[in-house]
Design a protein around this ligand. Structure first.
Ligand SMILES: [Fe+2]
Length: 263
């Protein structure tokens, strides 16, 4: 089975730029590209930071754009989101018994778990005991079925100090809730605004650049806190013996100058 991973939209008003970039236009181009090249994907997931400031109009703009996007799309919250405003605009959002935006989807013989790591203050992520209890139940219910986890904040350092200061807190509790991890195939995360691949305690993990601004690998490589590196989405194929993540720079994919016999 195949699905698409998108992360960190940071939407503001559709007519407003953020750090000199227009997140809405970048999202529009992203969804148009996915629809035209990967319409056979079973679903799309957007792993948090749907908006930059949690504004009502930004969520409404997302809702309006998704109305014409031809595949089921799972929305998660990140530290830049406002959970209550998100739920107001997306009242059909799946919540756990405690009101966190946590849910499960089963497809292609895989259990997909979507976690809510929004702390509500600061930029770091939280995973409290109530959320851990939900995760523990879902992992137990999955039994031997392969599990893929989506979470906005990574539970590990990625060796970029700026991001490592604001990763998931409560890592020990989160890891305890995961249990022995035997059937966890992959963790997809956002938040770091970079293409990053990690093997954490034997679990493969991947992140993507944001749809809007990026976090430079070296702080001193640009003269601003953020950088304008290409946005990407990822196409994920979950196969019998492999899980393949292919990232695509949809706004920077141009023809090469080649003679006709090489085309
Ligand atoms: Fe973000």
């Amino acid at each position: 089975m195949k699905f698409v991973h998108v992360t960190d939209l940071h939407l503001v008003d559709p007519f407003e730029d953020l750090w000199g970039l227009n997140p809405y236009k970048r999202l529009d181009a992203c969804l148009t590209d996915i629809a035209s090249h990967h319409g056979d994907a079973e679903f799309c997931v957007i792993s948090g930071d749907l908006t930059d400031r949690g504004e009502l109009d930004a969520y409404k703009a997302l809702r309006k754009r998704l109305d014409t996007f031809p595949m089921p799309t799972f929305l998660m919250v990140g530290n830049h989101d406002d959970r209550a405003t998100f739920i107001k605009v997306f009242p059909e959002a799946c919540l756990d018994d405690q009101g966190f935006v946590q849910f499960e989807h089963r497809a292609g013989g895989v259990v997909f778990l979507f976690l809510d790591t929004l702390k509500g203050e600061g930029s770091a992520g939280a995973y409290c005991e109530m959320r851990c209890a939900w995760l523990r139940d879902r992992i137990a219910a999955a039994g031997d079925t392969p599990v893929c986890i989506f979470m906005h904040h990574p539970p590990f350092d990625i060796e970029i100090p700026y991001m490592d200061r604001i990763k998931l807190e409560d890592v020990a509790a989160f890891e305890d809730a995961l249990g022995p991890k035997a059937n966890i195939r992959h963790i997809f995360f956002g938040h770091v605004h970079r293409p990053v691949f990690v093997n954490w305690k034997g679990i493969s993990c991947s992140a993507l650049p944001a749809i809007c601004h990026q976090v430079p690998l070296r702080r001193d490589s640009v003269n601003s806190r953020y950088s304008d590196e290409p946005p990407m989405y990822a196409v994920v194929d979950v196969l019998e013996d492999r899980l393949v993540v292919n990232a695509d720079c949809y706004m920077h994919r141009n023809d090469c100058r080649m003679p006709p016999n090489k085309r």
